[in-house]
Design a protein around this ligand. Structure first.
Ligand code: UD1
Ligand code: MG
Length: 399
C-alpha cells in the first residue's frame, strides 16, 4: 500500500482502501512451486531410463556400436520443453499483469500482449504436436470430409484464445471474490475432465494420459494458491486480486488448454465468460459509451447492489438505439427513455448487471455466490455435452 498499490472498495458503506495487486504474490509463489517441481515429472527418465542413469549399465559389447552409435531410450525433451514453455508464458503474463496494475496500460496496447506470451507455447506445439486439423461433425462430412486442415489459421485461433482468456476473466469482475472464485471453479472442472483420462476411468496407457497429467501438474498448485487468495478476497474483501491475478489465471487456462490439446473443450467451461465478452462488445468497441467502472452500484440505504448504468448525453445512433430497445423488451437490458422516446440511460453491458436486472438487488456475497453457482452449473453441463451429447454429431468421444 505504501507503494501506491491500493484501491477503494466501492461497494461498501465506508469506502475503505485495500491493498491491490495481491495476485502478484499468488503468481510468484506459484512460479516458485512449479519451478521446483520441474525435475519431478521426469524422475523416471532422469534416474532409470536414459543415459542420465540406467543406460550406463548397458555395456558396449560390439565394436560396430562404438563406430555407429546405438539406440537407447531417449530423454523426452519434448515434454520438458512443453513444461518450460508453459513457465515462460506464465511468467510473461505475470509481468504484463503487474505492469497493468502499476501503470494502467491502455486497452489497445495490452490487448495483443498475451498473444506474444503464447509464442513459446505455440512453437513447442508446432514442433512437437503440430496438429492443425479439426474433426468435422458427421452431418457436414459429405461436404468437408472427416478432417479439415486449418493450417496456419489454427495458430491464429490459438493466439486469439490466448488473448481472450485473460481478458475475459478481467472483465467478469468487480464484486468481492468473483475473479478468484470463477478461476477456482474453472480449474476444478478442468481437473475433473483430466481425471476422466486417468486410471481407473480410462485404462493405462492412453494416448491422452500424459497431456492430462501435465494439466494436473499445472492446475493443482494453481488451485492451492488461488484458495489462499480467495480466503482474503471473499466478501468482505481484505485485499484485491488486481489485473495481475486475472491475466495470470487466464494464462494458466490457455497453457493447459493448448499444451494439453483440449482448448475446444475449455470453451465449454468458459460459457459465462464468453457470454459476458460478447455481451460487453458494444461498450468495449464504443458503440455505446463505456464508463471506467461497470461494476454494480452500491445502494447505501438498502446495503444491496443494483445494476450500474451508463448515461448518454449525446443521442445514440438510431440502429444502436433500436437494438437496445429490442434488448430491453427481451429482458436483456434495462433502458430509460426520455419524453421523446429516446434512450438516455441503460444498464451497463455485463453479465453481473444483467443478473441483477433479472433477479433484483442483492447483497454482494449473495451476488457472487449465485454467479459462481451458475458458472459451476454451466461447466458441468458443458462437460456432459462434451462427453455425452457430442456423440450425436461426432462418431466417438476420445476417452
Ligand atoms: C474491469 C472492468 C470494469 C470493472 C473493473 C472491476 C471492463 C471493460 N472493465 O476494469 O468495468 O469495474 O474491472 O474490477 O469491463 N473493485 C471493487 N470491488 C471489487 C473489485 C474491484 O471496488 O470487488 C474496484 C477497486 O476500486 C479496485 C478496482 O475496482 O481498485 C480495480 O479495477 P481494475 O481491475 O483496475 O479495473 P479494470 O480491470 O481496468
Ligand atoms: Mg481488473
Amino acid at each position: 500500500m505504501r507503494a501506491g498499490l491500493k484501491g477503494k472498495d466501492l461497494s461498501k458503506k465506508h469506502a475503505i482502501e485495500l491493498p491491490e495487486c495481491m495476485g502478484a504474490i499468488c503468481g510468484v509463489v506459484y512460479l516458485l512451486i512449479i519451478t521446483i517441481f520441474i525435475p519431478f515429472p521426469f524422475y523416471k527418465e532422469i534416474v532409470a531410463a536414459t543415459s542420465g542413469g540406467g543406460n550406463r549399465e548397458y555395456i558396449i559389447e560390439q565394436l560396430y556400436q562404438v563406430e555407429t552409435g546405438r539406440f537407447l531410450h531417449r530423454f523426452p525433451h519434448n515434454k520438458l520443453s512443453s513444461f518450460l514453455s508453459a513457465i515462460l508464458s506464465l511468467q510473461s503474463a505475470l509481468i504484463l499483469g503487474i505492469g497493468d496494475d502499476l501503470f494502467d496500460i491502455r486497452w489497445r496496447h495490452k490487448i495483443l500482449i498475451p498473444a506474444f506470451s503464447a509464442i513459446p507455447m505455440l512453437i513447442v506445439y508446432f514442433v512437437d504436436f503440430g496438429v492443425t486439423q479439426i474433426v468435422i461433425p458427421t452431418p457436414l462430412r459429405s461436404y468437408l470430409g472427416e478432417l479439415f486442415d486449418l493450417g496456419w489459421l489454427y495458430y491464429g485461433y490459438m493466439a486469439a484464445f490466448a488473448i481472450f482468456c485473460p481478458n475475459s476473466i478481467n472483465i467478469f469482475a468487480g464484486v468481492n471474490g468473483i475473479e478468484v472464485s470463477q478461476s477456482i471453479v474453472i480449474a476444478l472442472l478442468i481437473m475433473l475432465n483430466d481425471a476422466f483420462y486417468l486410471s481407473p476411468f480410462t485404462p493405462y496407457p492412453h494416448p491422452a494420459t500424459d497431456s492430462h497429467l501435465f494439466s494436473l501438474y499445472l492446475l493443482l498448485p494453481f488451485t492451492g494458491v488461488s484458495l489462499a487468495l480467495w480466503w482474503h478476497n471473499w466478501y468482505p474483501a481484505r485485499v484485491f486480486v488486481g489485473d495481475t491475478y486475472c491475466y495470470f489465471a487466464g494464462m494458466v487456462f490457455v497453457v493447459v488448454g493448448i499444451l494439453g490439446h483440449f482448448s475446444k473443450t475449455l470453451f465449454l467451461l468458459l460459457l459465462p465468460q464468453i457470454f459476458n465478452a460478447i455481451y460487453s462488445a458494444p461498450q468495449l468497441f464504443h458503440l455505446v459509451p463505456c464508463p471506467r467502472h461497470r461494476m454494480p452500484k452500491f445502494n447505501a440505504r438498502t446495503g444491496l447492489l443494483e445494476p450500474s448504468v451508463a448515461k448518454f448525453e449525446k443521442p445514440l445512433r438510431t440502429p444502436v438505439e433500436t437494438v437496445m430497445k429490442l434488448m430491453d423488451k427481451l429482458m436483456l437490458l434495462k433502458v430509460v427513455k426520455n419524453d421523446e422516446g429516446r434512450v438516455i440511460q441503460s444498464t451497463n453491458f455485463t453479465l453481473i448487471n444483467l443478473w441483477l436486472v433479472w433477479f433484483g438487488p442483492m447483497r454482494e456475497d449473495m451476488l457472487c455466490t449465485t454467479l459462481v453457482a451458475f458458472q459451476t452449473a454451466c461447466g458441468l453441463i458443458g462437460l456432459l455435452v462434451r462427453h455425452k451429447l457430442a456423440l450425436w454429431i461426432f462418431t466417438q468421444d476420445n476417452l
